[in-house]
Design a protein around this ligand. Sequence first.
Ligand code: F6P
Length: 395
Amino acid sequence: MTTTTHSKRIGILTSGGDCPGLNAVIRAVVRAATYKYGWEVYGIPYGTDGFIELLTGKRRIEDLRLHEHGYDIPGLLQGLDVLHFLSGSVLGSISKGDPDRHADDIIHGYQKMGLDALIAIGGDGSIEIMDKLAKQAIKEGVAWNWVVIPKTIDNDVPFTELSVGFDTAVNRVTQALYDLTFTAASHDRVMVVEVMGRDAGYLALEAGIAGGADGILIPELTPVLNDGVIYGICQKLASLRRDGRRFALIVVAEGVKNRSGQKEKYIGDYLAHKIKDYCDKLCFSEQPEFCNLDQVDTRVTVLGHLQRGGTPSSTDRLLATAFGREAVDLIANGNYNQMVIWQNGRVSSVPLSRVIEQIKKARKEGKAPSRVDSQGFLVQTARDIGIYVGDLSVE
Ligand code: F6P
């Protein structure tokens, strides 16, 4: 231990969909809190539900203490070491709950634990839900001193360039595109790859560029798959074929809607059918530039929850460690109601009130709280190297 302050008891929980790097954050928080400050850290199981379990006696506070020797694999890895590499959350998480209905129990459970502060690792949905709890707690005179660490493979939390889990997911999708390239090439197929991201296109765009996609469709640029977009893809395929390449990789973000603006269960499937039908139509139209669109054969891969797996990338481990340590320092300085952020290669923080304002505004507009900049350098890069991302005219 290098520094001493008044000893604190802090809690940590994970909320919302899991992603690689959550455990690395937990490790970093426990290490910084114990090594730097000599505090006690308690892991709350299953997000805010854990507070209810404490209240009802299903769990005992003393069993939730996280310490250096909490996760031993005898003879191999000691203490918290292993958490650095594991995906998922050792604390468990909830992505659907009804904290509104259980607000009183959650707040009483929090009070019962006697926490000085709470670190919540969550995305936009969890932040919004927990903000309501925090406001109610404060109204009731309970010191809900919290700090948020952003995590999500969607990377759609405002004010931070990176959220924990995003980089690993980009790598997972990039690898999948690489793996699909060879089977696509062997069979002259158009592989449509559906990628997560909710209403944001960060994951699809970054992995699409890194993975060598020929087309990338994201909600920010091609919100609906109208005829113009499908025509653009077919044009791209025709031009690839003119250059002697008969296979292609098309990435579509799950947030893209069908031509009527409705959400499809699997938008990749919808897209693959549309591409096939439209290419056939163009081919039969006997327009000379499309006469090479014969026998376009499409296949769909929905990467699904594989995108949330895998050992966290070095970037995610670094981010998780820097975020965890920053959150502990914020608490040490009594700087609560903050979210840690990553901007320009550095960690800092913003008041949660600003984050929540942005989330609510986006929610009203039916958009992601943080969106790909349609004029940004990544989109421009994709365009300039000939990746189809939608026509400028349709934006
Ligand atoms: O927000 C993360 C995310 O993986 C989204 O990309 C995806 O739409 C959603 O969660 C899936 O949620 P669930 O695991 O509840 O099916």
